[in-house]
Design a binder for this molecule. Sequence first.
Ligand SMILES: Nc1ncnc2c1ncn2[C@@H]1O[C@H](COP(=O)(O)OP(=O)(O)OP(=O)(O)O)[C@@H](O)[C@H]1O
Ligand SMILES: [Mg+2]
Length: 346
Amino acid sequence: MIEDVRGIVKVSAEKIFMYTIKAITDSLIEQIRKAKLYTTTGKENIRWVITVPAIWDDRSKLFMRQCAILAGLPQKQIFIALEPEAASIFCNNLKTERPENIEDGFIQPTPGTKNMVVDIGGGTTDITVHEKLGNGMLKQLRKSSGKGIGGTTVDKAFLEMIQKKLTGPVFTSLKNENPVVFLDLRKDLEEAKKSVTDEDSDILEIPMNYSAINSISKRQFNTSISKQITDIIVDENLQVDYATIKDLFKSTTDDVITIVEHALQFDGANEVSMILLVGGFSNCEIIEHAIRNRFDTKRVIVPVDASTAVKQGAVLYDHKPEVIYNRITKYTYGMGAQIPFDNKKT
Ligand SMILES: Nc1ncnc2c1ncn2[C@@H]1O[C@H](COP(=O)(O)OP(=O)(O)OP(=O)(O)O)[C@@H](O)[C@H]1O
Ligand SMILES: [Mg+2]
């Protein structure tokens, strides 16, 4: 069950996933129809590639498939792709890196190149290591790994900081009485997070719905919120110093570094020449710089389409699934065998 922000309405995860998939696929069909791209535009005429983190277990993958079926996608037309694999296919088919980049000369990896792809998304960081083979196929060198961290763990840290600053009761009342304003605040915090650079700056300004928050404060404390919290509310906006802001990225950045370090502990890891960063959160300069500094013996690259690498790679994968030459299973499987007892040998 998934709860709303107030913890009052509970809806099954199946319903939420189903309606989300339905909304996305309905809208896509509508756009294709409007653009008159094809004569047949039913859901049954399309192969639907759904990507999932490689660290998901089989039950979660099955759950996703079932939700897609409930959303009206024909079972036979559903194809599940693993996200870091899709990202790796995309990276191995890249022609050039960002043109304006100082690090010129990144061309499509040649056969024998061993690359690590780190997909840093909202809720998951997923890692895979592939060697490009002579026929363009990709050989997995170690099993995929990762952790449930990403951009949203920083969002959570931002929200906790605001909760402390606004004082618990105001924050809780805002959540319970005005969930729309609360969700807007979350969105504003996410946008503010995206604007943070690794440069030294003084202040980060975050917009807020002052009147909504102020009316709660007035009711609860008989005073305006800006009088009560003088250190971060200036001109009806939130203003937080950069040192505090940068601190909010620290634990997520450290976690990402640790899982990359861990993923580089296998025989032959020193032959991995490049670390390719993809996923939305790889656009975060603080993360990018931290990885570049820590792994300075490797070439760290953020491709131009880093945030859409998984989607583009998934389409390529659907056209040519055999590009994945092998996969390393999560578990090893054992079988017991016994020769029938032979009385004559006793
Ligand atoms: N320029 C940016 N700076 C910082 N964070 C960013 C930037 N652009 C996007 N993000 C963050 O990246 C995250 C979304 O990334 P992405 O779209 O790859 O996630 P996802 O694929 O939906 O999630 P997951 O892979 O975990 O299932 C969000 O947390 C978003 O705030
Ligand atoms: Mg993703």
